[in-house]
Ligand binder design. Structure first.
Ligand SMILES: [Zn+2]
Length: 109
């Protein structure tokens, strides 16, 4: 049991971590941390997580570093998806504009 979750039963002085005392079934308790200070749990910052494959691919794209053969396909797919999205936005915007101009029943005058 960790000190931060330890509870002292106010009726029978049992130390437990439940909502109810396991000995006398009382729900009157107080946390032991009221009297025993607990140091901050994280003294050191968490170590940086290992970089993901996608992050590495982006990094290589930005810095122009050579890619391993495996990541080349992923990077090209990401670039292709981005380009297709930009073209789709451009064409979709033009199409919506031209249809609203040419539609007589749209109500815009
Ligand atoms: Zn108790």
């Amino acid at each position: 049991m960790q000190l931060r979750v330890a509870r002292l039963c106010l009726d029978c002085e049992e130390v437990h971590d439940d909502y109810q005392c396991p000995v006398c079934a009382s729900d009157q308790f107080t946390y032991l941390t009221r009297w025993v200070p607990v140091p901050e749990r994280r003294q050191r910052p968490r170590p940086a997580p290992a970089p993901s494959k996608e992050l590495e691919a982006y990094r290589r794209l930005i810095h122009g570093e050579p890619e391993p053969p495996k990541g080349r396909f992923l990077a090209r797919a990401l670039v292709g998806l981005g380009a297709a999205g930009v073209v789709g936005l451009f064409l979709g915007g033009r199409r919506a504009r031209s249809s609203s101009d040419g539609d007589p029943g749209s109500g815009e005058k």
